[in-house]
Write a protein of this length. Structure first.
Length: 173
């Protein structure tokens, strides 16, 4: 896991990852990345190679052009490690009561989700679900924008054709 921290230690690489995340699910060209992070093409290429070797980005080639996309899977280990630092202890014991989880529920209580799957990483699952929903929302916005453009273009064509038909009818009369 040390390797991923070394990769993420560089601010230019973090800026590239943020740019790719904000563009997801679209691919981003090297030129667009250079403009977004304010660096030179050789510098961006050097950092993209490091990110590619770490598995954090994927590349698609079209002729002489390269397009990059974020692969957030390797970040799960970092996220899990950081998340573990930010969580309360799993169980506390009070002399007057039975042990409780960080949520305040007794271990065998029906309200305690850890009773069903004690080894599950609920926070990690929640983050993954959140990412999935964010990706869906992003994709839905793109679809909605495309649909709006189609409706606008179609309305314009219908308006033009209606005008042409009205003009022909006027000439016929």
């Amino acid at each position: 896991m040390d390797g991923i921290f070394n990769v993420l230690a560089d601010s230019v690489r973090r800026d590239i990852l943020v740019t790719l995340r904000n563009a997801a699910p679209a691919d981003v060209s090297v030129g667009e990345l250079v403009a977004a992070v304010g660096t030179t093409q050789p510098t961006a290429s050097k950092h993209l190679k490091v990110l590619r070797e770490a598995g954090l980005v994927t590349v698609r080639e079209e002729g002489q052009h390269r397009f990059y996309r974020l692969n957030s899977d390797p970040l799960a280990a970092v996220e899990g490690w950081v998340g573990a630092l930010n969580t309360a202890p799993i169980a506390t014991v009070d002399a007057a009561t039975e042990p409780t989880s960080a949520s305040g529920h007794a271990p065998n209580s029906p309200e305690n989700p850890a009773r069903i799957l004690p080894d599950a990483d609920y926070e990690g699952l929640g983050r993954q679900l959140g990412r999935f929903v964010a990706d869906l929302v992003h994709e839905a916005r793109g679809v909605a924008e495309a649909a709006q453009k189609i409706v606008t273009d179609t309305t314009q064509v219908v308006t033009e054709k209606t005008g042409e038909i009205a003009e022909r009818i006027t000439r016929i009369r």
